[in-house]
Design a protein around this ligand. Structure first.
Ligand code: FAD
Length: 404
């Protein structure tokens, strides 16, 4: 083995986010003796989506019954709660209200109740008076009360999954960016910034770069990842008392994002957001972060333009909330009337990886596809942090088939 050769592994997982780490953990704990290496391009795990999200363990209110999101959310939430408990990691059950503030939202709220119940989540509709008792500062015509959601620290969960995977004999290699992928029987040849290596099976959990990693291996995914930044504020300490549990608006069912909401954090703060605006780089956490090649790639994808044409009205509202703190606060004040821009402090943003097809349609569900020796996770948006251990189990089963 030369100085620039990585040890050969049965399985190499590309990406040290929650999906890659949960996959490695599932493989290592279900099949002792397997050699599994997680390759992560950053200097530590959970630097992107998995460490920059709302940290909510979702109950499964939003998803079409029977789809992968619905099934994996329920199973994954239970598995993640058990993991957090077993590991002594802090989390708390917060309970959530989805608040309808306009007549037009009432049928959609009823549909959410139907979906929640079909997905096995406890949920019930309440009127304005009962909402005032449950969340005294929230106001609306009607609300769906969902007692199940919890808030952990997603980044801490990732770090613990990495530790446990290493404890079970796996390796987590930060600073190893995948540069090439050559799938030839009986193994896959990998080139990384930390050296070359071989693996019998490779799993692509590269999040915002998953389509590019797939392309390195010669696949042509039907959808391209487009990055959508989610910007946050946090409530000033003196305003935190306005929010006891999770407070959400009724989302637009045609749009994959939930609308700005209020989320207590496990540390005692309150996150406000995220909105959803296009990012000019896959890891574009600010408007000023522009990667010309990535932006050009997104603009050259016909799906980007078709998406923009379809959602320009919703997009315009999101843009206003990005450029004006007052507009952002106004959206929150629809849910909690006492809130204003003076209560908000800037907080770090996240960027979502959303797969978009050539025709501009969004890949709504989780998408996992593979070739003979590579399994690609090509769309793992929210609730993938909630569902990670269930997704990891599904991916691990795909790996097992390929290991034989
Ligand atoms: C703003 C926001 C709010 C969200 N809120 C919630 C929520 O409340 N609840 C919920 O369940 N979900 C939420 N999500 C979704 C959730 O965070 C993601 O679905 C989940 O983190 C995806 O995990 P991942 O491992 O697929 O991706 P990531 O966490 O992005 O990990 C991918 C990793 O791959 C690495 N990588 C990429 N390319 C390479 C390469 N070539 N070589 C080596 N490594 C590479 C990256 O550096 C990264 O660490 C939210 C997401 C965002 C952005």
């Amino acid at each position: 083995m030369s100085a620039t050769e990585l040890p050969a592994a049965d399985v190499a997982v590309i990406g040290g986010g929650i999906v890659g780490l949960a996959t490695a953990y599932r493989l290592l704990t279900s099949r002792p003796g397997l050699s599994v290496t997680v390759l992560e391009k950053e200097d530590a795990v959970a630097r992107h989506q998995s460490g920059r999200n709302s940290n909510v363990l979702h109950s499964g209110v939003y998803y079409r019954p029977g789809c992968l999101k619905a099934r994996n959310c329920r199973a994954g939430k239970a598995a993640m709660e058990a993991f957090l408990e077993r590991e002594g990691l802090p989390w708390r059950r917060c309970g959530k209200v989805v608040v309808a503030t306009r007549e037009a939202e009432l049928p959609r709220l009823a549909e959410l109740e139907r979906r929640a119940l079909a997905n096995g989540a406890a949920a019930r509709l309440v009127g304005a008076a009962e909402l005032r008792e449950i969340g005294p500062t929230a106001a609306g015509l009607q609300a769906l009360v969902v007692p199940g959601p919890g808030v952990p620290d997603s980044g801490a969960g990732c770090r613990r999954l990495a530790e446990r995977s290493e404890g079970a004999g796996g390796a987590v290699r930060p600073g190893a960016r995948l540069l090439s992928l050559d799938e030839r029987a009986p193994s896959v040849r990998l080139g990384t910034t930390a050296g070359g290596g071989e693996a019998r099976v490779v799993v692509n959990c590269a999040g915002l770069h998953s389509d590019r990693v797939a392309a390195l291996g010669g696949s042509r995914p039907e959808a391209r990842i487009l990055p959508f930044r989610g910007e946050y504020f946090e409530l000033r300490p003196e305003a935190r008392g306005l929010v006891r549990g999770l407070i959400y608006p009724v989302p637009d069912p045609a749009f994959p994002f939930l609308g700005v909401h209020l989320t207590p954090t496990v540390g005692g703060g309150v996150q406000c957001g995220p909105n959803a605006v296009p990012a000019f780089a896959r890891e574009g956490y600010r408007w000023s972060t522009v990667r010309p090649a990535e932006l050009a790639g997104a603009l050259a994808w016909p799906g980007s333009w078709r998406l923009a044409a379809r959602y320009w009205r919703t997009g315009w509202g999101e843009l206003r909330r990005s450029l004006s703190r007052r507009a952002f606060a106004a959206a929150l004040a629809r849910l909690v009337p006492g809130l204003d821009a003076g209560h908000l402090l800037p907080a770090p943003a996240g960027v979502r990886a959303q797969a978009v097809r050539r025709d501009g349609s969004l890949v709504d569900d989780f998408l996992i596809q593979g070739s003979a020796r590579v399994v690609h996770v090509l769309n793992a948006p929210s609730p993938a942090a909630t569902a990670a251990l269930a997704i990891g189990e599904t991916v691990a089963a795909e790996v097992e088939k390929r290991l034989g």
